[in-house]
Design a protein around this ligand. Structure first.
Ligand SMILES: NC(=O)c1ccc[n+]([C@@H]2O[C@H](COP(=O)([O-])OP(=O)(O)OC[C@H]3O[C@@H](n4cnc5c(N)ncnc54)[C@H](OP(=O)(O)O)[C@@H]3O)[C@@H](O)[C@H]2O)c1
Length: 283
């Protein structure tokens, strides 16, 4: 656990394999960006992406599993002229080598990129087959980084085995006050193997906000810069130095601003981090 810091600019974390720095809060596109054909949804998603970039964040995570989200992200990034500013991550989510290649080529067309920043094997689907292709694609310069993902603690042991070999750039996994299992072992395995960690489901798909509904953020949490429950939840995650980036899902630009605020100001020290966990458990 780091000592509390008081940086005024956006918190960045480095990808261990390359040293490249990434802003520690990004954006997930599941549900929020599946708005193809919905003018109002598109306008909201566009504002969310615009605000994300204006505030200095970069990481956007998608998947072919998320309906129109890849195509919407690609279209909006082109319309806003922000493609070169984004760090675009998506996933391969199918069985078979040729099916994986077709799907990844389709994703790149939809996202309108010649080269992807990060391609991840979604939920470990046919993982060894897809990783073999990802290694080839990385060597050929079609992707910059390769990774694996899952959303459930039941898969953490499998993720650990895969990243422990030390040749995976990123692992994306669920971690939050409601689903804290990753800090038992997985975060340490990631740090030891030099694997960047991207956190999905930081709000347990939004369920954590229902748990705190009607409750004020405790005064003492303001010492760690928590101006909202979202920041309380995200700063608790970011207090883990093994975490590279957290990707809360939304197309609400106010929520984007709130979430990126978690990458500013102090982080909880160890005593505060434990107090936050106790408090959440007591609710
Ligand atoms: N297996 C995988 O690879 C996998 C699995 C799950 C997720 N993911 C990735 O991780 C991302 C995040 O996970 P998630 O979208 O499932 O869940 P999440 O980020 O834990 O929660 C999203 C929910 O939180 C709400 N929210 C976001 N910011 C908020 C704020 N500041 N204040 C209040 N409410 C807020 C959103 O509501 P509003 O829409 O109203 O803002 C939405 O209902 C996904 O979008 C996806 O990119 C990957």
């Amino acid at each position: 656990m780091p000592k509390g810091s008081s940086a005024s600019s956006l918190l960045e974390r480095r990808i261990p394999k390359s040293g490249e720095a990434l802003p520690a809060v990004g954006l997930g596109t599941w549900q929020g960006f599946d708005v193809g054909g919905d003018a109002r949804g598109m306008a909201e998603a566009q504002e969310a992406l615009k605000v994300l970039v204006e505030l200095g964040a970069r990481v956007v995570d998608s998947s072919p599993m998320y309906g129109s989200a890849e195509a919407v992200t690609g279209q909006l990034a082109a319309e806003l002229g922000v493609q070169s500013k984004l760090f675009v991550a998506t996933k391969v989510w199918t069985s078979g080598k040729q099916a994986g290649i077709r799907q990844m080529e389709d994703s790149m067309r939809k996202l309108r990129v010649q080269r992807l920043d990060l391609m991840q094997v979604h939920n470990l689907s046919d993982v060894q087959t897809q990783l073999a292709t990802l290694r080839d694609w990385k060597a050929a310069g079609r992707i910059r980084y390769l990774g694996v993902t899952h959303y459930h603690a039941g898969a953490h042991a499998d993720l650990e085995k895969i990243i422990a070999r030390g040749d995976i750039d990123t692992v994306q996994v669920n971690y939050s006050l409601a689903e804290p299992e990753a800090d038992r072992r997985l975060l340490r395995v990631a740090a030891d193997s030099g694997t960047a960690v991207i956190i999905n489901r930081p709000f347990a798909e939004g369920a954590m906000f229902s748990r705190v509904k009607g409750q004020a953020v405790p005064e003492w949490a303001k010492d760690a810069g928590c101006a909202s429950w979202a920041q309380f939840f995200l700063k608790w995650i970011l207090a883990q130095p093994a975490v590279t980036c957290v990707i809360p899902g939304t197309r609400n630009s106010k929520h984007v601003t709130d979430n990126i605020g978690a990458a500013t100001g102090p982080l909880p020290d160890e005593a505060m981090w434990r107090r936050m966990a106790e408090h959440f458990k007591s609710l």
